[in-house]
Design a protein around this ligand. Sequence first.
Ligand SMILES: [Zn+2]
Length: 387
Amino acid sequence: MAGEADTPKDRATPIAAKALRAMKQPQPQAQAAPPDSSTNVTWTPPPGTQVEGAGPPHLADANAGAFNLPDPTAPPGAPTQAVNMPTANPIMHDPLARPYDLPSGGVFYGKYGYHKTVTMVPTRGEQENVIAGAGEDPQSQLAVLRGVMQQCVDLGPIPYDELVLYDWTALVINWLAYCNGTDIIGIRPQHGKCRPITVTFSMSELPCKVLRFAQAGEVANWPPAVPGEEVDDIEAIIMEMEREEGAKGVEEFLLTRDDSEGRFVTGPLPLTGERVTWRLPVVADMVTADDFASRIGSTDTSKGKPLHTFLLALQILAIDGRPVGRLEAMRWASRAATPTLDGFREHTSRRSWGYDTRPSFRCHCGAQFRVRLPLDGAMFRRRPSGS
Ligand SMILES: [Zn+2]
């Protein structure tokens, strides 16, 4: 965010300080989205790497039909056909197959035996071509990315559409790192109209929240703080130091079995006192949002834009215990006052996990600003040499 507080601890450890602020500040959900309108992000290769040109578009077009993109008209939660179709290259038997544990620890996939370990293989040449040939707009890149990932990542019993977006985001980061042969990335974020800065960092060093069930004798601590609870500066510094001592910024939170239903109710929201029942965002919502975005002709997810409101509305199940449909949820989200909406957004963001995908950087002008990492096909076009 442009012009965030400029404090010594920010200067020393921007990412850790940002993690702390993330706990205190409302944040948009972690779905991959276009960069904030105030920032401009361009992926650049790490030092000493070569940039490959995009693949031939005609080749990509020819291959595009081979990918089973999710059906945007399918209702949320309905498995796409692609999930159940046998794949030409069974991932489990691929010599390059590598396991990955979802940061949710599988706690929200009770229907599927709390499955948490997925299997990934890197992209092959023809898939690279498809990715390279994706259009420039973020929505079509996301659609292609989802399609290719379905070929390269085996979720076991979890239907692709039911994967919670926070898990999906973490999976994308780790899978892209595997495909690229490194998790060091370079970006050139821009603060407002200032000159862009150049930064390289390791994706795995982004702060990451992981979840598991509390065992006997352990106290559940998720979400991590009570709404409105203030942390003073000294406590903040101590918490930050503890976080830095942790394994690469990984924080573990403990859940109760009740938490794992994936449905939550807010406290009384500001101004109206309404209590909103909501569910976690899943991959199917992203597909539905893509369809909505293409119909309204805008992929802008900033606050107040129709797509932002739509994404919020998709999560809303009931208001004061009364079930609402999508249209009514949309009306509620469109008409609610900003403090009420902020209260809702804060509540939902506190129930997020996985990587913090909006790291904070310092501009030449001295301001600290956040950059939403663009998790899309563009990341594939920057590959380290020799990999
Ligand atoms: Zn600046």
